[in-house]
Structures are given as structure tokens and as C-alpha cells.
Design a binder for this molecule. Structure first.
Ligand code: GDP
Length: 479
């Protein structure tokens, strides 16, 4: 979403970094470039002006105090980063839990903003943290909304309170009230109420939302808004703020190619924090909104923190530890291990989204867009068509076995050959890495440092092996 803005920021800072000594007029030029970039990204004018004024004055103030040898461009970059974090809301704000359960969250916003989808995402997110959410179907207007919520609830294993069929039938205020009463009687600790939206802000919509609000006194009203609608998102937010009021914003469709201005304007203009973001249709495409991580992405530094969190969730601790041990022991990395890794990668979600979180991702936009997501599925199907023996020891893969695997996976024999060849090359590289040879420059162990093999061999329980040579040791251990 922020690709354009991100590349503009990168250009502005690389020209600033290329200056030997930065002058006040360089700062003015950078401010002008950043200003244009923000306006092009559809950020609201008052937000742009106050942002630019802050970075200008702070940078000019800091400039004379920067000691010689200090990287001035870096200092200015940090000022911009801090201000960017600030306009995105400062620090992440979590849902406030009610003192007495259930915590009631009401979702409001226009039709099509993504409320029903978000209801499912929130339910999944909180259920995974040990809560017991209940979804309440109070959107009785939009065709199929009740049914959609039931489907979503089922897919995340969260019950849905839906006594009315919807499609214009039923009283949404009553449903909301009954939903809360039901949650109390059944001891659910959280209730997420999906409400109706209209295609545009209108009085009926506001009246209904206000009536639901007054009937259930939610702990949090989340205003759900489609980031793709640009400046309109801010206008709609203001209308909801004046009409119903809300405590936090959820920005949806951040995966779209809109210019992202809404994300940068909405907090400043509504005075309410962005609490969650949704960046895709799938239930896993959802996260807490962290202003610092978003600023980091916009500035082209990527979002390594989120990437690491997702990896931690996907790769279970036991299998990672087992692999690490195997690697240290000198055992071969097998196709079985590879399959495990592929499965964890699929759990992490779309590869292009993951790659997009890497520093400098804006500069690799084309390659990331061209990444063939189905390649992982194809590779997985080949490995899955192998027998456990073949996965453990690909050397047994003769012509007829390869033909059988290709048939089972619905691929060509060449595809199987190519995977086996690539795997053999990767295995060889890992062996070289383990023995400390053949690593790319700068990535090797410092001279004299113990290799992982040596470290493990110092532990008494693993002292079976005698050889100091990892390759020999692997052979010995295989026995
Ligand atoms: P509601 O009318 O507010 O309940 O909106 P829905 O939850 O039905 O969402 C409207 C459409 O937007 C559906 O097709 C969703 O799949 C889609 N959608 C929701 N959130 C996202 C998102 O973050 N990214 C994308 N690309 N689509 C989304």
C-alpha cells in the first residue's frame, strides 16, 4: 500500500545522504520532497502541513548541534521516523477489557468496509489468546450478512448468536441486547457485535448504531474503515465520530494499492488510535496496528518484528529445536524436514506479503509481485508423494520411483528431478556451512569460534561421537 510513498522517502533520504555536509537549504529541499510525496499519497493537507512543519523545525534546530562525524542524514531520518510514528498514533493501543466480563466490542462502519470479516478475525485473535468470544449478528440489513457471520464463526470455531435471519428481517437492537444476556448466562468473556452499515453515511445508519450503542454500552466501539477509499475514509470517520462516537479505528484492505493516506491522516484528524489492521481477505491477514512498525515500513526499513512474530507462531518450538539439534549433530537435513518447513511457511501466509516485510522491499516490488505462490504448493505435493524412505534418503530415487512420484503429484518427471537436484545442492551447502567452509564472505564464524558441532559435543549426553570432523562425525553417528 505504501510502495509509492516508501520509494519517495527512500529517494529523498538517499539524496540527503549523498551530501557531504547538510545545509539548511538541503533540509528545506527534503521537506519539500516529503511534502509532495505525502500529498500524492492522499494524506490530508492539515496533517501534511503540521508534519512538515515539525520535521523542518526539529531538523533545523538539531543541525548546528550535530557533532562533526555524526551522520547528519541519519539524525534527520530519525526525526522523520519519530514524527511518522507520532502521526500514526504513537504506541499501539490494546482493547481495554471490562472489569466484569464480558468485554463488549461493537463494530461500526460503512457497508463493505470489512466488518463481518473483521468480526471473524477478532474472534480468532482473541480465542487464540485464551478468551471465549461470542459473535453477535446484528447486521440484519446487508443481504447474507447473518449467514456470512455464521460461516466465519464456524471457520474459526467461535459460536455465533444469530436468532434472526437478517436480510431486512429482525430488530438489531434486540439481537444485540439478547446477545449480551446470552453471553453473560453462558459465561463468554467477550462479545463482538457486528452491526449494519450503509453504502454512504445516512441518518438511518447513525440512528441504528446509536440505538445499539445505548442498549449495550460497549467497552470499545471500533470504527472499521476501508483504507482504499482514501480521503473519504477520513470524512466518514468524522461523521461517525460526530454521530456515534468510537474508541478506535480498524483499517481494512491495507493490502490494496491505494495510496495509504487514510492511515496517515485518520488518527490525527479523529483523535482516535488505529488499533488493528487488516491486509487481506483471509482470517490470518490481520494484526495489531503498531505505529512504529508501520513507520518503519513506510521508510523502507521493513517490518522485521512482525515477520519474526509470524515465524515464531508458524514454526513450533519443538520442531525448530529438533532441527537445530539435528543440524548441530551433523545429521542430514532430509526432505522430511524440508516438508515440515514448507508446511510452516504455508502457515505464515502469502510469501509476497512476507517478502514485503523485508527491509528494502519497495525496491523489489516487481520480483515480489511475480513470486509464484503456487510453487510452494507444487513443491509440497511432490514431497508428499514420496514414501518416508525416499524423503529420508533421496539417493534411492531411481527412474521408476521418480515417475511414480510425478504421477502422484500430478507433475512432470522433470519437476521431480529439478526438486531433487535443488535439494541435493541445498543439502551440500548446509554441510559446507556446518563445517565452516564455503560460506559467503562475511557470513562465516569468526576465526577460532567454536562451530555449533563443537558446542554440542561439549555436552556430556551427546558425547557419543569421537571425530572432530563434522562429516565423519555424521557418518559415525549414523552408525
Ligand atoms: P461488511 O459489509 O462491512 O461486513 O464487509 P465484509 O466483511 O463483507 O467485507 C466486504 C468485502 O471486503 C468482502 O469481499 C471481504 O472479503 C473483503 N475484505 C474484508 N477485509 C479485507 C482486507 O483486509 N483486504 C481485502 N483485500 N479484502 C477485504
Amino acid at each position: 500500500m505504501f510502495d509509492n510513498l516508501s520509494s519517495k522517502f527512500s529517494n529523498a533520504f538517499s539524496s540527503l545522504r549523498s551530501r557531504g555536509k547538510i545545509s539548511p537549504s538541503d533540509i528545506e529541499n527534503t521537506c519539500a520532497e516529503v511534502r509532495t510525496a505525502l500529498l500524492e499519497s492522499d494524506v490530508a493537507l492539515p496533517v501534511v502541513d503540521s508534519f512538515i512543519e515539525k520535521i523542518r523545525s526539529k531538523s533545523l534546530e538539531a543541525l548546528p548541534n550535530l557533532q562533526s562525524g555524526t551522520n547528519q542524514a541519519q539524525a534527520i531520518f530519525e526525526i522523520v521516523n519519530a514524527e511518522l510514528v507520532e502521526i500514526l498514533g504513537g504506541s499501539a493501543r490494546r482493547v481495554r477489557f471490562a472489569k466484569t466480563a464480558p468485554t463488549v466490542i461493537m463494530l461500526a462502519g460503512l457497508q463493505g468496509a470489512g466488518k463481518t470479516t473483521l468480526a471473524g478475525k477478532l474472534a480468532k485473535f482473541y480465542a487464540e489468546q485464551g478468551n471465549t468470544p461470542l459473535l453477535v449478528a446484528s447486521d440484519l440489513q446487508r443481504p447474507n450478512a447473518v449467514n456470512q457471520l455464521q460461516v466465519v464463526g464456524e471457520s474459526v470455531g467461535v459460536p455465533v448468536f444469530a436468532p434472526e435471519p437478517g436480510n431486512g428481517v429482525g430488530n438489531p437492537v434486540k439481537v444485540a441486547e439478547q446477545g449480551i444476556a446470552f453471553a453473560k448466562s453462558k459465561l463468554y468473556n467477550m462479545v463482538i457485535v457486528d452491526t449494519a452499515g450503509r453504502l454512504g453515511v445516512d441518518e438511518d445508519l447513525m440512528r441504528e448504531a446509536i440505538a445499539i450503542r445505548d442498549a449495550i454500552s460497549p467497552d470499545e466501539i471500533l470504527f472499521v474503515v476501508d483504507a482504499m477509499i482514501g480521503q473519504d475514509a477520513v470524512r466518514t470517520a468524522q461523521a461517525f465520530q460526530d454521530g456515534v462516537g468510537f474508541d478506535g479505528v480498524v483499517l481494512t484492505k491495507l493490502d490494496g494499492d491505494a495510496r495509504g493516506g487514510a492511515a496517515l491522516s485518520i488518527t490525527q484528524l479523529s483523535g482516535k488510535p488505529i488499533m488493528f489492521s487488516s491486509n487481506g481477505e483471509k482470517l490470518i491477514d490481520f494484526d495489531i496496528f503498531y505505529p512504529d512498525r508501520m513507520a518503519s515500513r513506510i521508510l523502507g526499513l521493513g517490518d522485521v518484528a512482525t515477520l519474526a512474530e509470524q515465524a515464531k507462531k508458524a514454526f513450533d518450538v519443538e520442531s525448530s529445536a529438533r532441527l537445530e539439534e539435528k543440524f548441530a549433530r551433523g545429521d542430514d537435513f532430509t526432505l522430511e524436514d524440508f516438508l515440515e518447513q514448507l508446511e510452516a511457511m504455508s502457515k505464515m501466509g502469502s510469501m509476497s506479503k512476507l517478502l514485503g516485510m523485508l527491509p528494502g522491499a519497495a525496491g523489489m516490488k516487481k520480483q515480489i509481485e511475480n513470486f509464484d505462490e503456487s510453487e510452494i504448493v507444487r513443491t509440497k505435493s511432490i514431497v508428499q508423494s514420496m514414501t518416508p524412505i525416499e524423503r529420508r534418503d533421496p539417493k534411492v530415487l531411481n527412474g521408476s520411483r521418480r515417475a511414480r512420484i510425478a504421477l502422484g503429484a500430478g507433475r512432470k518427471v522433470q519437476d521431480v528431478n529439478s526438486l531433487v537436484d535443488k535439494f541435493a545442492a541445498a543439502q551440500k551447502m548446509m554441510k559446507q556451512m556446518r563445517s565452516g567452509k564455503g560460506l559467503p564472505a562475511g557470513m562465516g564464524m569468526p576465526p577460532g569460534a567454536p562451530t555449533p558441532v563443537q558446542k554440542v559435543s561439549q555436552q556430556p549426553a551427546k558425547k557419543k561421537s569421537k571425530s572432530g570432523n563434522p562429516a565423519k562425525r555424521a557418518l559415525e553417528e549414523k552408525g
